[in-house]
Design a protein around this ligand. Structure first.
Ligand SMILES: [Fe+2]
Ligand SMILES: [Fe+2]
Length: 324
C-alpha cells in the first residue's frame, strides 16, 4: 500500500529541463514501495522525461506536503503546455483543471463577495477559452477532478459542465465566461442559510430551498456582476413544468443559462460521490437522464447534453468506470 504521505501525479506533467522544487518518487507496480527518483533540487533531463512518459506501468509520486509546490509548478507552465501540439487534449485538460481546482479551493470560502465574484471571473476566463478552443470533454472532468460533494468542488464541476453545454449550443466566449461564473456561484446561498433569520424558513427543507433567493439577494448588490450569472443563481431550481422553486417559473420564463445550469447541476449530483456506493458512472447517469419523464429539464438542451456525453464516452480512452 502506498503511504498517504505520497500523492500520485500524472507522469506526463513532468517536463524536461525544469527545476521541480519537489521530490519525485517512482513505483513500478501497485503496492511496491516507491523509491526516490529525483530530489527537489535536481533538474530533470530529456531522457528522464522520456522514461517517465514511455512506461505505462510506472506510477509517479510526490510528497503530499509538496502538493502546493506541484500546483504552482503546473500553473507556471500551463501556457507553455497549452500551446504544445504534441500533448493530448485530455492531458491539457488535467493540467488546467488541477490549476483551477487549487485556486478555487483556496478562495471559495471567503466571505468577501466582491472578491469571490472577481475570483470566479479569473477562473472562468481560461475555462471558457479552453473549452471553446481546445475542447475539454465531460470525461476529462470525471477522470481528473475530485468528485467529492462539498460545495466548492460541486460548484466547479457544475460550472465546467454548464460551460461545455453552453459551448455546444453555440454561445459566444463572453457568454461562456458568464455561464461559468454563474455555475461557480449558483449554490453560494447555501453558505449563508444560517445567516438568515426569517421565521418562514420553518423547516430544514424550506431553509435549503431558500438558497437561490439568499444567493440572489447578496450577488445582486455586487458591482458589474453579470445578469446572466445572477439569474443562474436565482433560477437553477426552477423547472420547465413550473413546479420548481423559488417562484415556479416555466418554459421560456426561465433564462436559457439557468436551464443549462439545471442540467449540469443534476448530472453532477448523479455522478459525484455523495454516497460512493450510489454514485453513478457517466454512462449510467446518462441513461437515468434519458429515461427521466419528469419534464423538469429543457428537452432540447437535455438531448444535446446526452448526445455530447455519448460521443465523449465513445472517444474516451479510459476506464470502464465511466461507462458501466
Ligand atoms: Fe442549488
Ligand atoms: Fe448545485
Amino acid at each position: 500500500m502506498i503511504s498517504p504521505s505520497l500523492h500520485s501525479i500524472h507522469p506526463a506533467t513532468i517536463l524536461p529541463k525544469s527545476y521541480m522544487g519537489f521530490n519525485i518518487y517512482l513505483s513500478n507496480r501497485e503496492g511496491e514501495k516507491p523509491i526516490k527518483f529525483i530530489s527537489s533540487n535536481q533538474w530533470v533531463n530529456d531522457s528522464d522525461c522520456g522514461m517517465l512518459r514511455g512506461n505505462p506501468v510506472l506510477r509517479v509520486f510526490i510528497d503530499s506536503s509538496s502538493l502546493n509546490s506541484y500546483r504552482e509548478y503546473l500553473g507556471s507552465y500551463a501556457n507553455q503546455w497549452m500551446s504544445d501540439p504534441d500533448l493530448p487534449c485530455s492531458l491539457k485538460s488535467a493540467l488546467l483543471l488541477d490549476c483551477v481546482q487549487a485556486k478555487w479551493r483556496q478562495g471559495a470560502a471567503s466571505n468577501d463577495w466582491q472578491y469571490l465574484a472577481g475570483l470566479a471571473r479569473d477562473i472562468s476566463v481560461p475555462i471558457a477559452e479552453f473549452i471553446s478552443v481546445v475542447g475539454m470533454k465531460i470525461t476529462d472532468v470525471l477522470q481528473t477532478m475530485d468528485l467529492g460533494v462539498d460545495l466548492t468542488t460541486h460548484s466547479l464541476r457544475t460550472a465546467i459542465y454548464a460551460t461545455i453545454l453552453g459551448n455546444e449550443i453555440g454561445c459566444d466566449r463572453k457568454t461562456l465566461v458568464e455561464i461559468c461564473i454563474g455555475g461557480l456561484l449558483h449554490d453560494i446561498g447555501k453558505r449563508h442559510i444560517g445567516d438568515e433569520t426569517d421565521d418562514h424558513y420553518d423547516s430544514e427543507e424550506r431553509r435549503l430551498a431558500a438558497h437561490p433567493t439568499i444567493g440572489f439577494r447578496r450577488l445582486c448588490h455586487l458591482t458589474n456582476f453579470p445578469k446572466l450569472s445572477l439569474l443562474m443563481c436565482y433560477q437553477h431550481h426552477e423547472t420547465m413544468d413550473g413546479s420548481g422553486t423559488p417562484v415556479q417559473l416555466a418554459d421560456d420564463e426561465i433564462h436559457f443559462a439557468s436551464r443549462i445550469c439545471a442540467i449540469a447541476n443534476r448530472f453532477d449530483k448523479l455522478t459525484s460521490n455523495e454516497n460512493p456506493r450510489m454514485a453513478y458512472s457517466a454512462g449510467a447517469a446518462g441513461r437515468i437522464l434519458e429515461q427521466d419523464r419528469s419534464k423538469r429539464y429543457d428537452p432540447e438542451m437535455m438531448k444535446t447534453w446526452l448526445t455530447l456525453l455519448k460521443s465523449h464516452l465513445k472517444n474516451s480512452s479510459t476506464s470502464t468506470h465511466l461507462i458501466s
